[in-house]
Ligand binder design. Structure first.
Ligand code: KG4
Ligand code: ZN
Length: 338
């Protein structure tokens, strides 16, 4: 069963064709990063306008690379939530029109569930290892979300913990913006941190216990790192090593994630962790999780951690084979629906 997946929830204009929910036949991601870089963040108006200009060509390219005509498809899946409303609307409207015009089954899916599905995808039909068995612990870390959840099925998650303020990717992006390290911040910090000293600065971890055992909070860490920049500016004699700032910030950010995640693993007894979202590409997070030999940590390849159409096409498959269809009146929503 070949499904076209379309993703436009933020600043990636993406489409893919995935066969039987697992085998990626094509995966085209047109990133708008250069258009937003000068603003050091995604400008929603620019994002949605650019999606309208790009979406047709991106879908054409995905079909071409997969070697399939629209008539060879068995369904169309698209992100309908959560995300930037204007951006979501472009992909959703395109997918509805495409499915209607081709007479194809149509399904609108949740972006967060799709990130948690991404680890099941492969570029090669010969390399399809067994998918992780449910239930597992989901670690969803991106620019907009930081969730620790119990995943019982492709469409059933229970949120155990989430951020009380900023998302972890947002903290990477803000710190990088203040220190002028590059955009987007996650990749820049990950790269710089490799040659930095993670113990150069002792940034504090928030005290989250009691009613928040699995929650996260990044605003305090973000402020501490930004305040340190103020110290450097007041005292030019202090040596500023961006590598050390990056490594110390990254260590604390990952320590915080793992503190909550390991608590959740201990309390639920779940030993398998499936990660997803842009921050799941972080090399230090991957290394630290892989060190826990008693847990099985499953990561998508870095190319499937960020937003892409393959995860949307992949997740659409179990819905479509179950017989689910979304009405063409489906609306886009900014929020994740439980
Ligand atoms: O999943 P994604 O592409 O979009 C959202 O749904 O938010 O995630 C983007 C986020 C950005 O905050 C970016 O800085 C972060 O993922 N990111 C990383 C890395 N690569 C991307 N953060 C840390 N380390 C990385 N290697
Ligand atoms: Zn995402």
């Amino acid at each position: 069963m070949k499904i076209l997946g379309i993703e436009s929830s933020c600043d990636e204009c993406a489409a893919a064709v995935v066969e039987d929910g697992r085998w990626i036949r094509s995966n085209v991601v047109a990133t708008q990063i250069p258009l937003h870089a000068r603003y050091k963040g995604v400008v929603p108006e620019i994002a949605s306008r650019t999606h309208t200009e790009w979406i047709y060509a991106v879908v054409q390219e995905a079909l071409g690379k997969a070697g399939v005509a629209p008539s060879d498809l068995d369904g169309v899946g698209v992100t309908a939530r959560p995300g930037l409303l204007g951006s979501l609307l472009v992909g959703l409207s395109f997918a509805k029109a495409f499915a209607w015009a081709q007479g194809l089954p149509f399904i609108a899916v949740d972006h967060l569930l799709a990130h948690l599905y991404a680890a099941q995808l492969s570029e090669s039909a010969d390399d399809l290892s067994a998918p992780p068995g449910y239930p597992f612990l989901g670690l969803l870390v991106s620019g907009g979300h930081s969730l620790i959840c119990r995943v019982d099925a492709f469409d059933v998650i229970k949120v155990l913990g989430s951020t009380l303020d900023d998302a972890v990717g947002e903290a990477f992006d803000k710190v990088a913006a203040y220190y002028d390290l590059g955009y987007p911040g996650g990749v820049a910090i990950d790269t710089l941190a490799r040659t930095g000293d993670p113990s150069a600065f002792a940034f504090p971890l928030p005290k989250l216990k009691g009613e928040h055992p699995y929650d996260l909070s990044y605003s305090g860490l973000k402020s501490a790192v930004i305040n340190q920049l103020g110290q450097f500016q007041k005292n030019p004699a202090l040596p500023v090593r961006n590598e050390d700032i990056a490594a110390s910030f990254q260590k604390t950010a990952v320590d915080m994630l793992l503190r909550s995640l390991f608590r959740a693993a201990a309390d639920t007894g779940l030993r398998t962790i499936v990660a997803g979202g842009g921050v799941a590409a972080n090399s230090y997070l991957r290394k630290r999780l892989e060190e826990r030999r008693d847990l099985q940590a499953i990561f998508p390849p870095p190319s499937l951690c960020g937003d892409n159409g393959a995860m949307i096409a992949g997740l659409s498959y179990p819905y479509l084979i179950r017989g689910d269809r979304s009405p063409l009146t489906t609306q886009a929503t900014c929020r994740h629906l439980p």
